[in-house]
Design a protein around this ligand. Sequence first.
Ligand SMILES: Cc1cc2nc3c(=O)[nH]c(=O)nc-3n(C[C@H](O)[C@H](O)[C@H](O)COP(=O)(O)OP(=O)(O)OC[C@H]3O[C@@H](n4cnc5c(N)ncnc54)[C@H](O)[C@@H]3O)c2cc1C
Ligand SMILES: *[C@@H]1O[C@H](CO)[C@@H](O)[C@H](O)[C@H]1NC(C)=O
Ligand SMILES: *[C@@H]1O[C@H](CO)[C@@H](O)[C@H](O)[C@H]1NC(C)=O
Ligand SMILES: *[C@@H]1O[C@H](CO)[C@@H](O)[C@H](O)[C@H]1NC(C)=O
Ligand SMILES: *[C@@H]1O[C@H](CO)[C@@H](O)[C@H](O)[C@H]1NC(C)=O
Ligand SMILES: *[C@@H]1O[C@H](CO)[C@@H](O)[C@H](O)[C@H]1NC(C)=O
Length: 613
Amino acid sequence: MKVSLLILLNLVCIYSQDNENDINYYTTLITQATQKAWTYQWPKNANQHKSRGKPEKYGTFDFIVVGGGAGGSVVASRLSEVTNWTVLVLEAGNVGNNLTDIPAMLPLLQLTDFNWAFNSTPQTTACQGMYNKVCPYPRGKGLGGSTLINALIYARGHQTDYDQWANLVANQRWNYTNVLNYFKKSERFIPTVPHEPHFHGTEGPLTVKNLPLTPQLSSFLEANEELGFDTVDYNANKLGASPEQVCTSNGRRWDNAKAFLAPVRHRRNLEILTESYVTKVRFDVTKRVATGVEFSHKGKNYFVESKKEVILCGGVFGTAQILMLSGVGPKRHLEKLGIKVLADLEVGSTLRDHPAFWGLLIGTNVTAPVVPLRETVQEFLKGVGPLTVPGGTQGIGMYESSYSRGTGVPDIELLFLPSISPSPLSRRCFGLSDQSFEDLNREQNKGQAFRIYVIDLHSQSVGTVRLKSKNPYDYPLIHSNFLSDGENRDIKTLYEGIQLVLKLLETKVFKAMNATLKGCPLRACRGFDYLSESYWFCALRQLTSNMFHPLGTCPMGKNPKKGVVDSELRVFGFRNLRIADASVFPLTFAGHPNAPVVMIGEQLGDLVKETYR
Ligand SMILES: Cc1cc2nc3c(=O)[nH]c(=O)nc-3n(C[C@H](O)[C@H](O)[C@H](O)COP(=O)(O)OP(=O)(O)OC[C@H]3O[C@@H](n4cnc5c(N)ncnc54)[C@H](O)[C@@H]3O)c2cc1C
Ligand SMILES: *[C@@H]1O[C@H](CO)[C@@H](O)[C@H](O)[C@H]1NC(C)=O
Ligand SMILES: *[C@@H]1O[C@H](CO)[C@@H](O)[C@H](O)[C@H]1NC(C)=O
Ligand SMILES: *[C@@H]1O[C@H](CO)[C@@H](O)[C@H](O)[C@H]1NC(C)=O
Ligand SMILES: *[C@@H]1O[C@H](CO)[C@@H](O)[C@H](O)[C@H]1NC(C)=O
Ligand SMILES: *[C@@H]1O[C@H](CO)[C@@H](O)[C@H](O)[C@H]1NC(C)=O
């Protein structure tokens, strides 16, 4: 008895020693990453991947998956289920680590090598309050792609988004009934409230659950209820507010590589090659088939052959860039750069996104305690607390604007982030100019403020992605073109979203904490009556940037005039070149892209299996 008690005490001791080591480890990890981030320099091109020499043959595989990101992880996992097929994944980045695992490391992760760090060209219609009038486009680099650095929000969009998609491409495979089955197939929903079981899967690899309630989040939900917006499961096609559903497991980031690749990495028919930068698809021009790809890997150039298909999953910029470099793109553009045209398709001609207004800071007289890092690390190791909340966003709301009133289809989204303290690091990540940063953060007390992001879900404006040159190591030219639609519908929708936030501030629950708009007026908008419509329009052009949801650079369409891929994800004109990533969205939609990108990856798996059955 005495002996076993001693052993037990010993174990407890070892356990707490381990725990103490972990606390020290993570505290140091976060502190050092923060220090490094201050001086981190973003790359301006992909020159780090430049290699020398004639390409050597790497081998032959049935399928080559270009990009092991959000879509690529799903594709590689599903294709390698067929033991007969050999699958090679080529990913430019590396593997995630203990830092990417911490959901609250957004936005700090943008100041690491896990971010490609693209930028738009200087803009005139939005991003005017950003440094150099440029909208930053962070993109994840590494297995898991953008899900290594994203906010992990799981939001599929509305059923009408998919029914419209199916009608547009004349293939019911993409209608809501059918995509819902795919959403459920991928999902492992951990039952939390609110949720509607019929809309969720519980057996898939992608963990999803509601964030827990905090006092601030509860106020947001209560304020919504006071205005008639119930607390609902927004993934069940409902308007209203909710705690976010996020992809975390035990408080850790559950990126797509962890969900889809990690469990199958041991498969002998699957090879995953990181630090591999793809520069080109090779074609047999007479047979009009893709035969493989060229890539650089650790200082050397290679080519690899595909027996069946090449699947592009390089994301909205990567996929469009590789296609254009390979001669698939707008003829006029490619000819100007001296690239031989194999197929004249509108690659990169329809860049869509969810423009978001970042400029609403709200002060209260409720002080949330500022908890020392060590304590939040302790909580994190138990799977709870602020480090488990991606980027601090907690609440989400889906609403109709006057453009969609009565349809039940949301086109305004609000994201709620309590008690944030402004850090010059986040200023860098959002690309705010010094003046906008100062204006926005005037008078703010740590722990007393929250922000609400206003998002335009069905944006009408369309931008472009073009090659800067025929050099594959140059970053592409990204023209966001936010808030540029002729009718001004986008800016008016966001304005309505701001008015909705101001109404929320008038509710009893927010009044009781003396919630007031802070950090205004913007100096850039001094010429307008503070809070007038023209003031807000000015502010919107200053502080609207992207919600990190670029989409649609290689849209699905009914024919090559209307799109780049057909309704079976094949690039028009080539029977064995497909795309499975966010480039194929034909329209914007009322959600966040990762859930549908996973659905597209699942569809690709089935489409390919049907083709070769
Ligand atoms: C900061 C941020 C926050 C976000 N928040 C959310 C959110 O909360 N919820 C949500 O649903 N979505 C969110 N998103 C968007 C979402 O993560 C992306 O839309 C989604 O991951 C896109 O998937 P993809 O497969 O198209 O591209 P990616 O996941 O970006 O994958 C592309 C992959 O291809 C690789 N690649 C690119 N070019 C090459 C090349 N030439 N050779 C080899 N490999 C290459 C890249 O390194 C990358 O791994 C966010 C994104 C960011 C950046
Ligand atoms: C696997 O390969 C074997 C032999 O090459 C073949 O007989 C069989 O049909 C293949 N199965 C599939 C699912 O392709
Ligand atoms: C990640 O953290 C764990 C402790 O939680 C540690 O054991 C492991 O070595 C760390 N991994 C790396 C690559 O540092
Ligand atoms: C979607 O298509 C399927 C056939 O694939 C059909 O049975 C179903 O009714 C369609 N659903 C909608 C909402 O159109
Ligand atoms: C409420 O906020 C206003 C504006 O910031 C301020 O003037 C006032 O003193 C606050 N009242 C309380 C009770 O905190
Ligand atoms: C906050 O402000 C409200 C409204 O002005 C007031 O009723 C309340 O007592 C204040 N609370 C605190 C903690 O100061």
